[in-house]
Design a protein around this ligand. Structure first.
Ligand code: FMN
Length: 205
């Protein structure tokens, strides 16, 4: 598929058919994610690919538990908000595959020469580690479309990051960043409407 078409028809997919995604295709998605630019070509990522239903259910259960524990505010909509968020954070359990992206900290060259903490330098540089992660995830989403799959990027499950890291046996120096749920879409791809070019383009000539 041509890149422009993949960009134009991509949309987040949250409902999947039962069809499995072959391991070769999952590897190809990860390979293409790994071709993304990263700060200083650091390639800080490692991807844990989960297709085991029991593991996915356990992960979703832990995420739901964490959301239930969140302190409610006084709004009467609080319960509704929580159950809505719970769905968007746990639907991945019905995906044929979930690709969990993990990353290790990026040690900037600056860290070797200035008396500032890693966290401070990372913030000053506007989180180049997370920017790199975004590039890799977008590669994966577009490749999913190209390969006939639907996918959705998820950060909401990260509310239970510590427990998910335990379940997936993600060890230091890697930390969980995001999930990508992948499978054959159960519905036709219907891209959402986006802001017009005039709203997002400003030329400084
Ligand atoms: C950083 C990031 C985190 C996201 N986290 C979630 C999530 O936890 N759950 C979810 O259902 N969708 C999640 N999404 C998908 C967005 O909701 C989706 O991209 C947005 O609504 C626009 O729709 P589109 O992808 O179909 O264009 C996330 C997207 C991004 C970029």
């Amino acid at each position: 598929m041509d890149l422009k078409q993949a960009i134009e028809i991509r949309t987040s997919i949250r409902n999947f058919t039962e069809e499995k995604v072959p391991v070769g295709d999952l590897k190809e998605l990860v390979r293409r994610a790994g071709l993304a630019p990263s700060v200083n070509n650091y390639q800080p990522w490692k991807f844990y690919v989960v297709t085991n239903k029991e593991v996915l259910s356990k992960m979703a259960y832990k995420v739901a538990e964490r959301i239930k524990e969140l302190p409610a505010n006084s709004s009467i909509a609080s319960d509704n908000v929580k159950s809505q968020v719970e769905w968007f954070a746990t639907f991945f359990e019905n995906a044929p595959a979930v690709i969990a992206m993990t990353m290790e900290d990026y040690e900037s060259v600056l860290e070797k020469g200035v008396e500032l903490s890693h966290e401070k330098i990372n913030k000053m540089r506007n989180f180049p580690d997370l920017q790199s992660a975004g590039a890799a995830i977008q590669n994966m989403l577009l490749s999913a479309v190209d390969m006939g799959y639907g996918a959705c990027w998820l950060s909401a499950p990260m509310m239970a990051k510590d427990t998910l890291e335990e379940i997936l046996e993600i060890k230091e120096p890697h930390h969980l960043i995001a999930f990508v749920a992948v499978g054959k879409s159960a519905r036709e791809l219907k891209p959402k409407s986006k802001k017009s070019i005039d709203e997002i383009f400003k030329l400084i000539d």
